[in-house]
Write a new protein. Structure first.
Length: 250
């Protein structure tokens, strides 16, 4: 089964984008080849850019505070596993305290003059070549373990954001109730009657060779399956498609 996710608001969309960048950063940072580390550095700068534009730190702290209040209220309900709730509250408190004490995300990277000069050139096509940035080339030909250690040191100041964001997305995903559905002739529609969700998750069997195009508002969820042949634009399928849908909200 292949999982596709659709954010229902801009805050969740930003969190998913940041999560994607962190996953890519961790993957390429583990490699030893300089080409891997080139992508890792570009991704690190992408993270700095998105955190600056969207003020991700403030949004995450607000989300953590909202979840803490909701869980504290839930703790008083009969039948609730207090031990589990207390564990989640402790995780939220730890993540919130670490992020709040960090200050501006990635400030140490911005203060690094060499990284700042590299940041301004690495997005220029060919701008990070040895003829343009000999100092970067000198770093790239260092021992792999040295480069890995450097990158890990540059990532570390952003890890408090990653841990807090990962906790929020885990809580949101775990709140979803996945159910099986069928898209008749490739289309599925569900009326909501004013109920809103933060995240939709769709699983579809790889054997179908299709992907979902999803849209949602407070009135309706719409899922339409299409196929892609890499030549023409995606074409809507006209056969029935079985899939699983989770509506997530906290």
């Amino acid at each position: 089964m292949i999982l596709y996710e659709y954010p229902c608001n801009e805050r969740v969309r930003t969190l998913l984008r940041v999560e994607y960048l962190f996953d890519r950063l961790f993957f390429f940072a583990r490699g030893e080849d300089p080409h891997y580390h080139q992508i890792a550095m570009a991704t690190l700068f992408d993270l700095l850019d998105i955190c600056e534009r969207a003020d991700v730190r403030t949004a995450v702290l607000q989300d953590l505070d909202r979840h803490r209040s909701a869980l504290s209220a839930l703790r008083e309900h009969p039948g609730v596993d207090v031990t589990t709730v207390d564990g989640l509250l402790a995780d939220i408190q730890a993540a919130s305290a670490a992020l709040a004490g960090q200050g501006r995300i990635g400030q140490s990277l911005r203060d690094n003059e060499w990284l700042s000069s590299l940041r301004g050139r690495i997005t220029v096509p060919g701008g990070s070549s040895p003829i343009d940035l000999p100092s970067y080339y000198a770093w790239q030909i260092k021992a792999p373990e040295t480069r890995v250690q450097d990158i890990q040191g540059w990532i570390e100041p952003m890890m408090c954001l990653h841990r807090a964001m990962a906790l929020i997305l885990k809580l949101l995903r775990d709140a979803g109730d996945a159910r099986d559905h069928q898209a008749s002739q490739g289309a599925y529609q569900e009326m909501l009657g004013g109920k809103t969700f933060q995240l939709l998750r769709v699983w579809v069997d790889r054997a179908y060779g299709v992907f979902p195009e999803i849209s949602a508002n407070k009135y309706v969820i719409w899922v339409r399956f299409s196929a892609q042949d890499n030549v023409v634009k995606p074409q809507s399928v006209t056969r029935d498609v079985a899939f699983r849908l989770a509506r997530c909200n906290l």
